[in-house]
Ligand binder design. Structure first.
Ligand code: SIN
Length: 388
């Protein structure tokens, strides 16, 4: 009886916090930590130059992956029951890594894999990929064929891990709204323009953490890139949590924060681009548990986390700033991954933060595609329940 009553109270509390998150709107954008370093829209895409090339730059290598913003809108994402394939995996990874060369990227995060074609993995190999990536946090698979497959086949591969997310504001290849594109045309001046106003382009985040069921195992693959620069930087959020003192960790447990997609949507509208789905806000725990490894990870980011529920604004800002600084300063928990032709970087968005690096200004094109299978609604397990 007491359990049923407390469950009812817990459900009511969750509902009222969720409703509060939904009401959240960007009242004052100046207070938001959202930062748009990669603003893209039809207006910033030079279709002629991309298709035909110029004296300085060749045409896009994958023109069927150029971004389009049509006026089709999509309904809210539906809740679904997530399946965690990493739980079924053989932890010695015989189907994934047999015969592969697998150097670590750093002592604390990341691996590189040569000699495996992920699109050809059997079911056991795909399960092992989910667990391997959850453990390593980010893995660069080299010499992959994902970019050369028909787009639908690439999507089918990714959807083994969960239903695809449709991004609210990004461009997509024509006919494939589930593919999120990161694209800067050749001769684009975004970087130059951005640095007129800002001192750095770093935007730590976990992808679309404002969704109720944000992505887990995530794939990003290179189509075209600058000869130097445009790396992606990843941070290990399990180790970022582990670095905190037990007393501080204990204080974070039980706290939940509002994550909002409203600022990103407002930004897209303000630059005349489209919003493909009405933005949402959701409440997630500050410390989330990974369903396959049992590891606990910090789950806040300056792009989308807005406010810790139950704290006053100054208290919430202070605590979030400490956590953002901690995440950004822990260079000893980070790996900067370099792109090469054929590279697919796979990371687990539940236990990492990442940022693009906008550091090349010579007008070279950068073009990548991201596939984002959605995962479970973030949850936490008690402070003293720890399973390695
Ligand atoms: C992303 O945030 O997923 C994009 C990373 C990148 O462009 O390097």
């Amino acid at each position: 009886m007491a359990t049923a009553l407390s469950e009812t109270i817990a459900v009511r509390l969750t509902r009222s916090i969720d409703q509060r998150a939904e009401r959240l709107k960007p009242q004052d954008k100046r207070e938001s930590t959202y930062k748009e370093a990669f603003a893209q829209s039809a207006a910033t895409t030079n279709y002629d130059g991309e298709l035909e090339g110029s004296a300085k730059h060749p045409p896009a290598a994958y023109p069927h992956y150029l971004p389009y913003w049509d006026d089709v809108t999509y309904p809210p994402l539906e809740p679904f029951e997530a399946i965690e394939h990493g739980k079924d995996a053989d932890p010695t990874f015989p189907n994934l890594l047999a015969g592969a060369h697998v150097p670590d990227l750093t002592a604390n995060i990341g691996a590189e894999v040569q000699g495996v074609q992920i699109s050809k993995l059997n079911k056991a190999g795909k399960d092992e990929l989910a667990l391997f990536v959850a453990k390593k946090k980010v893995v660069a698979f080299r010499n992959q064929d994902l970019a050369d497959l028909p787009i639908q086949q690439a999507l089918d591969f990714a959807e083994y891990y969960g239903p695809s997310h449709i991004h609210q504001a990004s461009g997509a290849p024509q006919g494939f709204p589930k593919v999120h594109l990161i694209h800067r045309s050749a001769d684009d001046t975004t970087a130059h323009d951005f640095f007129q106003e800002r001192t750095n382009s770093i935007t730590w985040h976990s992808d679309v953490s404002f969704e109720m069921q944000p992505p887990g195992t995530t794939f990003l693959y290179l189509l075209d890139g600058p000869t130097a620069g445009g790396d992606t930087l990843f941070g290990n959020m399990v180790e970022a949590y582990n670095r905190l003192s037990p007393e501080f960790q204990k204080r974070l447990h039980g706290l939940r924060a509002i994550h909002s997609g409203h600022e990103q949507a407002a930004d897209a509208r303000a630059r005349g681009s489209v919003v493909r789905r009405e933005p949402v806000a959701n409440v997630h725990p500050l410390v989330r548990t990974h369903p396959a490894t049992g590891e606990k990870a910090l789950y806040v980011n300056p792009q989308f986390t807005r406010r810790i529920v139950g704290l006053k604004k100054e208290e919430s800002d202070y605590l979030l700033k400490f956590l953002y600084d901690h995440i950004a300063l822990c260079a000893d928990l980070q790996a900067r991954v370099k792109w090469e032709k054929g590279t697919v970087i796979c990371w687990d968005n539940r236990v990492t933060a990442h940022t693009a690096i906008l550091d090349w200004q010579d007008g070279q094109r950068r073009h990548l595609a991201r596939l984002m299978p959605q995962a479970e609604r973030p949850y936490e397990t008690p402070f003293d329940e720890w399973k390695r």
